[in-house]
Design a protein around this ligand. Sequence first.
Ligand SMILES: C[S@@+](CC[C@H](N)C(=O)[O-])C[C@H]1O[C@@H](n2cnc3c(N)ncnc32)[C@H](O)[C@@H]1O
Length: 219
Amino acid sequence: MVTNTLDSPHITELLDRLFQEAEASEEALQAVAQSDVSHLLTSRTGYRQLYALLKDIPLPVSRETGHLLYMLARSTDARHIVEFGTSFGVSTIFLAAALRDNGAGRLITTEFEPSKAARARENLTEAGLIDLVEIREGDALETLAHDLPVAVDLVLLDGAKGLYADVLQLLEGHLHSGSLLLADDARLCQEFVNRMRSDAKRYLSVPLAGDLEISMRIS
Ligand SMILES: C[S@@+](CC[C@H](N)C(=O)[O-])C[C@H]1O[C@@H](n2cnc3c(N)ncnc32)[C@H](O)[C@@H]1O
């Protein structure tokens, strides 16, 4: 029998609630967006200031991106996944559900806002998926600099946009031929996108609708 953990009633309800919470926080998000923070969006140094302002705002991937993540992880039979940017754990739920349906695996995700890491833990526990997930609390530049699986099959980049290229550098030695990377908010991480598209010997990289960039390690 083919299993789709995402269809479990308790996960459907949880995701509905989390997406509703995100919708309800739209006004608060707009208020931050209208304050003078645009220079922090792509900054490699000011990101802590930005995300402190956003610490109560969920900022999840879209439902479509969540389903895409689930499909990518299932279709590649991913066993080891790394996620940069946990927030309340919405994308983490989609990815961990895929690991569950793949039969096994481990997802390392990282978040530097303690209250968000705690919310993600609660949500993953409620989803019944926490056993597959390691939440590393702290700055990804430190938390992803050690103890990674030898081979990482799938990466989601969804933290500070100015750091995508730096996080890639930390993960690069763990990617294998066929590893996939999905970068959300691609228009805000041009350094990363340029790097992926210009390194044709190592990566194939194309834009997707929804401001995503999908890249595959070739060799
Ligand atoms: C867009 S949200 C992630 C949303 C999440 N992927 C989801 O779908 O629910 C980005 C998150 O990354 C966190 N973050 C940003 N830069 C980070 C860094 N350098 N290290 C760890 N976490 C970071 C922020 O606090 C924020 O919660």
